[in-house]
Design a protein around this ligand. Structure first.
Ligand SMILES: Cc1cc2nc3c(=O)[nH]c(=O)nc-3n(C[C@H](O)[C@H](O)[C@H](O)COP(=O)(O)OP(=O)(O)OC[C@H]3O[C@@H](n4cnc5c(N)ncnc54)[C@H](O)[C@@H]3O)c2cc1C
Length: 401
């Protein structure tokens, strides 16, 4: 296909989605291609929400961390279009967002996953409502209204918060006689990150006297939940379920049966030219911010090279770092793993110290230091190590047991 770009016009990169992958890609492109690229970020949301903060902030009685995308756009010198993507027209190298057409030389889809409510009407893991849901749970725990609570991780979802929520709830409810259960579709807790990580999570759950049910899906049934494949009916006073994730099913782009985008290691969407994807929107089976960020870095390196920057494109290599927040009175459990192309774990390590040079909840090469610096100027309690210490003391003073 010949280039549709007029000679001497800037290389137009359109990034759709203002989440982890979208913001990481903007920062990576600025680092790799500087002003060689003109970047437009398309997002219906006005803010970036730091999703892991949703868990911690509710227990620390703090609002979730947000960053205004207008501020981010100003600081990084990009254009912001506050619109929702409707379709991609690859033959014309354009996208349609809220009825407006935007032309691109390279397009990055970073839309995240489509959240499907797994247990409608009972509870939600929707990040936008997570804080409110958890605040309600904490109120009920404190009021002694709950004798049992279950945290559910269907497949696929972000499994990490299910364990964090259960562990934090156990600590919050210590001495109140509340039975806490985790039901997960995973065969082992945090199975994707390997045996060492699973064993560490199991130990933490045992120490906190949290019951763990693995390899199970649940469906609502009269008066309770039916566990599959066992078909047992179980009852809990309160149910908190993470959502089941689906692909964004972008009109105009090829996708798998669940709506996810198939990509190469450089983030190229298979079957279309100059269209890239990163993060939860891709068919990579493990949904995790650190993976979204690395996929964004890989795509940004390929796009920078396409734009003529002197960059050797670097493939997504499956190395992942994370931290599980387990108790207010102890540091997080840091872990790393190497994942194969189908999400299978090849290496697994657990540590009491960060496994990566930057201590952040979402390990993102460019976004983590950016947020750390930004939030260091205000009340810094989420992005880096100092932040964690402050968060822990917040939790301890809120819950002195
Ligand atoms: C409670 C919780 C805790 C978590 N903890 C961790 C953790 O500790 N570590 C970790 O690594 N990961 C964690 N995760 C997972 C992590 O947040 C996600 O994997 C990550 O955000 C995925 O990044 P993404 O950019 O693909 O999608 P998202 O961050 O979800 O961003 C998608 C973006 O696309 C935008 N969008 C949606 N529809 C449209 C449209 N039609 N047009 C344009 N834009 C659109 C959205 O507004 C959003 O800005 C956690 C998740 C949750 C919910």
């Amino acid at each position: 296909m010949s280039s549709l770009r007029p000679t001497n016009a800037p290389f137009e990169v359109v990034i759709v989605g203002g989440g982890v992958a979208g913001l990481e890609a903007v920062l990576a492109l600025r680092a790799l291609a500087a002003d060689r690229v003109s970047i437009t970020l398309v997002s219906p949301a006005a803010d970036f929400t730091y999703q892991p903060a949703g868990v911690l902030s509710a227990f620390a009685h703090r609002p979730a961390r947000r960053l205004a995308l207008a501020q981010f756009a100003q600081e990084t010198g990009i254009k912001l279009e506050q619109r929702a993507l409707e379709a991609v027209v690859p033959d014309e190298r354009t996208i349609v967002a809220d009825g407006h057409e935007l032309r691109y030389d390279a397009l990055l889809i970073a839309l995240g996953a489509h959240v499907r409510h797994h247990l409608p009407g009972i509870s939600t893991g929707d990040p936008a409502q997570l804080w409110a849901t958890l605040a309600g749970v904490i109120d009920q725990l404190e009021a002694g209204e709950l004798s049992s609570i279950v945290f559910i991780a269907p497949a696929p979802t972000w499994p990490l918060p299910a364990y964090e929520l259960a562990l934090l709830a156990a600590e919050h409810a210590r001495g109140l006689g509340v039975e806490i259960t985790v039901i997960t579709a995973e065969r082992q807790p945090l199975q994707a990150f390997g045996e060492q990580v699973s064993a560490a999570v199991r130990r933490l759950l045992e120490q906190a006297e949290i019951e763990l049910v693995t390899g199970s899906e649940v469906e609502p049934s009269v008066g309770g939940l039916t566990l599959f494949p066992a078909r047992h009916v179980v009852h809990f006073d309160r149910i908190v379920s993470l959502p089941r994730l689906g692909g964004p099913s972008v009109a105009g782009l090829p996708r798998d049966a669940d709506g996810f985008l198939h990509t190469t290691g450089f983030g190229e969407v298979l079957g279309v030219e100059r269209v890239y994807a990163a993060g939860d929107a891709t068919s990579f089976p493990v949904k995790f911010g650190a993976i979204a960020a690395q996929q964004a870095d890989a795509a940004a390196s390929a796009i920078a090279a396409l734009a003529g920057a002197e960059v050797e494109p670097a493939e997504f290599d499956g190395e992942v770092h994370g931290v599980l927040f387990s108790r207010a009175s102890a540091p997080g459990v840091y872990f790393s793993a190497r994942l194969g192309p189908n999400g299978e774990s090849r290496e697994s390590r657990v540590s009491s110290a960060p496994t990566w040079p930057i201590d952040a909840k979402i390990a993102a090469l460019h976004l983590s230091p950016y947020l750390d610096k930004l939030w260091a100027e205000g009340p810094r309690w989420i992005a880096g190590q100092l932040a964690w210490e402050a968060a822990l003391s917040q939790l301890q003073s809120a819950n002195p047991r």
